[in-house]
Design a protein around this ligand. Structure first.
Ligand SMILES: Cc1ncc(COP(=O)(O)O)c(C=O)c1O
Length: 213
């Protein structure tokens, strides 16, 4: 919701100290966080050290269903024997599995999409702050534009949709009370003109609803 990243380095240190295993859900970070988009483990230089990683085949993977677990060989072998999806005859659609594999291939062939995503996110937040909006600092593709008021976040998002910008307002209980915001998800597919159009629409509606002077 904030685009922030957990302190995985400290969590890892504690796990080492107490002989515990760590599991990280990389659903929001796979393909996005870290210079090459390998997720939170890359961001903290911990690739290969975390016992269990899970993720979705949606979000950056672009699929519509399903997810994955990866990690230490012994754990994956045990999951192949014990986890429920392996007990039934249906699995995720092969096309989704193929799309997931293709996504990893695309990420590995060049860093172009990841670089563009990071540049787009930094550009969007910088320009929104310059325009007068209160945006949380982000380490992902999520930009939280803070409005603090639940009805206002709904009204703002509805007006933006009328302006051709598809964003969602979030309020309690999805975020803490008094922390209502509009969550903008930037993509590598956005060109600068798209981002500028979005900032323009935010500015227009912001003035209209008395957020900006
Ligand atoms: C932290 C986290 N994990 C997993 C998921 C599940 O992802 P999906 O709905 O793509 O299966 C979500 C969905 O938003 C999520 O926020």
């Amino acid at each position: 919701m904030d685009g922030n990243v957990c302190p995985l380095d400290k969590i890892y240190e504690l796990a080492q100290k107490y002989d515990a295993m760590v599991m990280v859900d990389e659903s929001h970070s796979a393909g996005v966080v870290g210079q090459t988009g390998r997720g939170t483990t890359e961001r903290f230089n911990l690739r290969g050290k975390i016992e269990i990683l899970t993720g979705t085949l949606g979000k950056a993977f672009g699929g519509a269903v399903g997810g994955f677990t990866t990690g230490k060989r012994e754990i994956i072998e045990m999951l192949r024997q014990r986890s429920r999806p392996y007990l039934f005859s249906n699995s995720i659609p092969p096309a989704i599995a193929a799309a997931g594999i293709k996504m990893v291939e695309m990420m590995s062939a060049t860093n172009e999409l990841q670089d563009r995503l990071h540049a787009n996110t930094a550009y969007f937040i910088k320009k929104m702050v310059e325009a007068g909006f209160d945006c949380k600092p982000s380490e992902s593709a999520i930009c939280a534009v803070m409005l603090y008021d639940a009805p206002l976040s709904q009204k703002f998002a509805a007006r933006l949709q009328e302006e051709g910008i598809y964003v969602t307002g979030f309020y309690y209980p999805v975020v803490p009370k008094g922390q209502a915001r509009i969550r903008v998800q930037v993509s590598a597919a956005h060109k600068q003109e798209h981002l500028d159009k979005c900032i323009e629409a935010f500015t227009k509606v912001g003035k209209e609803l008395g957020i900006l002077k």
